[in-house]
Ligand binder design. Structure first.
Ligand code: DX5
Ligand code: ZN
Length: 213
């Protein structure tokens, strides 16, 4: 199980200290939420902030783009230290989705495709072979600290069965409302990458990461 703390919930007045805790926690990835104020009603980080995190940590940098134009925005994050770039299926024309995955691969990073809770899961089917990871959102994207969508486990197990039928061991990442309780449900359903923000940063970081892993 891969745990990916979401730095959206980090206390930026204690960034160094909290990143030392994250580095020592056993987490393997760092989840970095990019929001443009259009695709979601919130605004977050640019590439220089990612460069700063790369200096503070050698964890795998998992960049989640919640932006209207991921083709344009990914070019800012490719040279800034991203190891994986995930964009939303809702943000890209169907005929451009595979092309963007291929572009990311050609730049030497992994590619992920994210889907919001109310978007039909079937829309992922044509792309099962094109991505290293699918991100099942368990809240409406935009903010940390929201309640887990109880419909998510069924979507995860359906997607896991489609991937198994194709002989693929692609990552399934979950994001939103993950804590020790909901982690059990998503793991059982077939997720293998758990993003958590408010749960990890609210108190004892190491203990929280261990309780998810
Ligand atoms: C929400 C972001 C998440 C967020 C999750 O749109 O994509 O990564 O940090 O926060 P929690 O774990 O607090 O729900
Ligand atoms: Zn995210």
């Amino acid at each position: 199980m891969i745990v990916a703390p979401s730095v959206l919930s980090l206390d930026y007045s204690r960034m160094n200290e909290q990143m030392q805790e994250v580095n020592a926690s056993g987490a393997q990835w760092l989840h970095f939420d990019v929001m443009d104020g259009h695709f979601v009603p919130n605004l977050t980080f640019g590439p220089d902030i990612l460069k700063g995190f790369c200096k503070l940590s050698s964890l795998f940098m998992d960049v989640h783009l919640m932006v209207d134009d991921p083709r344009k925005v990914c070019d800012f994050f490719l040279p800034a230290g991203a190891d994986m770039i995930t964009f939303h299926i809702e943000a890209v024309e169907p005929e451009k989705i595979r092309e963007l995955a291929e572009y990311l691969h050609s730049k030497g990073v992994q590619a992920g495709l994210a889907i919001k809770p109310n978007t039909p899961l079937e829309l992922l089917k044509p792309y099962l072979h094109d991505f290293d990871m699918f991100l099942i959102m368990c809240v409406e994207p935009g903010f940390g600290g929201q309640a887990f969508n109880e419909g998510a486990p069924e979507r995860i197990s359906t997607l896991r069965s489609w991937l198994n039928e194709e002989g693929l061991d692609t990552h399934i990442e979950v994001d939103g409302g993950i804590n020790a309780e909901t982690a059990v449900k998503v793991k059982e359903a077939g997720a293998d990458v758990l993003v958590a923000g408010s749960y990890i940063f609210k108190d004892d970081i190491r203990k929280a990461v261990k309780s998810l892993g």
